[in-house]
Each structure stands twice: as structure tokens, then as C-alpha cells.
Design a protein around this ligand. Sequence first.
Ligand code: TRP
Length: 438
Amino acid sequence: MQRTSARGNWSSAIGFILAALGSAVGLGNVWRFPYITGQYGGAAFILLYIGCVLAVGIPILLAELLIGRRTQRNPVGAFRILRPRSPWVVTGWLGVVSGFVILSYYAVVGGWVLHYLYLSLINSFSGKSPEQITALFANLNGQPWLQVFWLLMMMLLTILVVSRGVSRGIEAGNKIMMPLLFLLLLGLLVYALQTDGASAGLEFLLRPQWHKIGPAAVLEALGQALFSLSLGMGTMVTYGSYLSRQTHLVRSAFFVGLGDTLVAILAGFVLFPLVFSFGLEPSAGPGLIFRTLPIAFAQLPGSYLVALAFFVLLSFAALTSAISLLEVVCAYFVDEQGWARKNASWILGTMIFVLGIPSALGEQFLGFMDGLATNYLLPLGALLIAVFTGWVLTRDELRNAFSAGEISPFRFMGWWLLIRFISPVAVILIFLHQLGLF
Ligand code: TRP
């Protein structure tokens, strides 16, 4: 028990929810979701995605939170407690390794965001030609050490928050950043809906193109649901481990799952009106945010504030996710190796910074690390967590992990069936798809 209190706790339910939302809301929402929605036919894909969040995402999210709250440990310790001396501890190890891998390149992209925040601060977009704007990204990519500098800044910010602890650092940071992120998003939405391209953008997003929905779209939606909710590496086990039994887990899981989805959809409603107002390419893909969107910022009235608001929002999204990635790694060294939190965050953060340098120096290595994490580590982790919850833990163990009155017998059965049958099958399909097997 003494160890448990030394690890820290959330000071309020809303603080925990904002932190979990902060982890989930990231570059995946503002950048990847709108662009795959564009590729797979707007409204039809959005409906499909909501279905995946409800049937697969939220059940796994609830499983991770429940395991964390029940054991009050990092992912490795959690599996050790639930099944001592069993190979299941590997699932925890996988999570810690994923934390290293993902943060090392996520922080590089976060660094690009900080660079663009700086560019918007010094008013680098307004009045520039599309060629000049595109050159800004090439310019950043051509200066590897500039990227290393911004990677360093991103890691320093992340370390500073994590080293302050669960409630004074992570919770306090998210309590400031997440409401601001939401306000900025709403402000940008109001703005975007008044631009010339608003109706074209809305039509693009709202007209369902059912013919684009096939197996590929379903798997894309499933994979995106897992990634966007930060599942598969014990992030939510870790965040759940700082909870007391009083927090209503079922409600929290719904709130986080649906809140994350709302932010992703709203981001689409901000981006596409701008894309259509300036005749940009809706399926510009990875370059959309850095190469294409600033072209709109260059020509908009009030572009200085719009660009600034957008990149502040994006910086918050990246930073709050990076914080949760570092926290998984730190929690392991604090719980299992007895390190002090300050030392853990500085030492591990420095190691991740070094591991990120190759990603900053070459986009190919970044792509490799991203592929490793999203194609292999995260789906494998999600599969193991779903199988462990649905097949290894007994139904009594699961029931006892919930507080009295937290989940009705009916809902419990629904969740148990989803986590036992639907989630593993869904994740296996994503896996096979990403391995190129069909
Ligand atoms: N959910 C984050 C996003 O949407 C990315 C992410 C995936 C993540 N897995 C994670 C963040 C684990 C933190 C921890 O951008």
C-alpha cells in the first residue's frame, strides 16, 4: 500500500477524464481522421467509424481502465498481479517498448508542429504564394538539425509535465490544455463555416458515398478507432491505475470514447471548408496539415490569428498525447524498479529523445518506426489485452473489479461478449490486413 500512495493519484474525476481525453485526442484526430474520411466517402465512413468505436474501441478502453484501477500498477505490474509468473507479463513489456518506439517519432512530428507554431507566431504564412508555402515544409525537412532542435523542445515540455507528477503535472497540464483545445476548435469551426468553401466542404463530409465502403474501409475504421483511443499499449491501464474505486468507469469510458470521436469529426468540419475554399486537394494525405493547409492560411482574412489558433490547438493535442506515452514508460520504472519519478522522467525522456534523432534526420526511419508501432506493436497489444480480459480473467474476477452498481448485469454481459468475441476477431482482421494478407 505504501508504494501505491507514492505513485500518485488523480485529484478529481474530471481531471482524470481530461487526461484520458488528452491522451486520446492527438494528431490522429486532427490530421489522420479527416484525411481518411475524405478517402472513404465522408458521412458513410463517419457512421462506420462510430460503430467501430462503440463495438470495439470503448469495450477495450473499459478493459484497460478496469485492469489499471483493479491493480493500481503500470502495465507490467498489472499483469504480474493478475497472473503471477505467467507469460502474460509480456503484454506489459510490449506496452513499455511501444511507449519508447511511438514517442520517439511522435515527438518528431510534434516538433514539426512546434516549428509551425513558431512560423505562425512570426507571421510567415500571410500573403505567400502556394509555392512559397510548400517550400516551408521542404525547408524544414532539408534541415535535419532544426528538426532535432524542435524534437528536443517537444521532449523537454513533455518531461517537465510528467516529472511534476500525476496530479500536479499531468492532470494540471491537461486541465489547462484540453478546455483551451476545445474552445479553439469551436472558434475555428465558427470561422471555417463562414468561408466560401463551407457548403462544398460540408457536402463532401455529409454526403454518404456508400460505394466507397468495403472491407478496406471497415479495417481502416477499426485501426483508426484503436489508434485514436490510445489503445493496445497499456496507456489506459496506466491512467486507470491512478483512479480510486469511486470513479464511474463505464461512464468515463463512454465519455472519453465519444469525446475523442467528436473532436475528430469537428476537426473534419474545420479542415474541409478551408480545403474547398482554396481549391486544395481533399485527399492530400500526410502533407495536408503542413504542406496544404497553410496555403489557405496565407490567403484568409485574419489569417494570422487563424493559423496561430490552429497550431496552438495542434501543439496541445500532440503534447497531451506525448505526456501519456512518457507516463507509461515512467510508471514501469517507478513501480517496478523503484526509481524516483523525477529521475525516471528525465532519464527515460532523454533516452527517447536520442532514439528520436534518427527519425528527425530521415523521414524513412520515421515511417519505419510508425509502421512498426501501428502495424505490429499496437494491434498485437490490443489483441493480447482483449484475449486476456475475455478469456483468461474469469467472469467473477471481472465482476468484482467493478464497484457496486457501476455496471448493470445486462450491460456487463454485453461488454463481456464484445470483449470475448468481437474485439479479438476485429483485431485479428486488422492484423492480417496490415500484414498484407488480404
Ligand atoms: N491517440 C493518439 C492520437 O490520436 C495517438 C496514440 C496512439 C497514442 N497510441 C497512443 C497516444 C498511446 C498516447 C498513447 O494521436
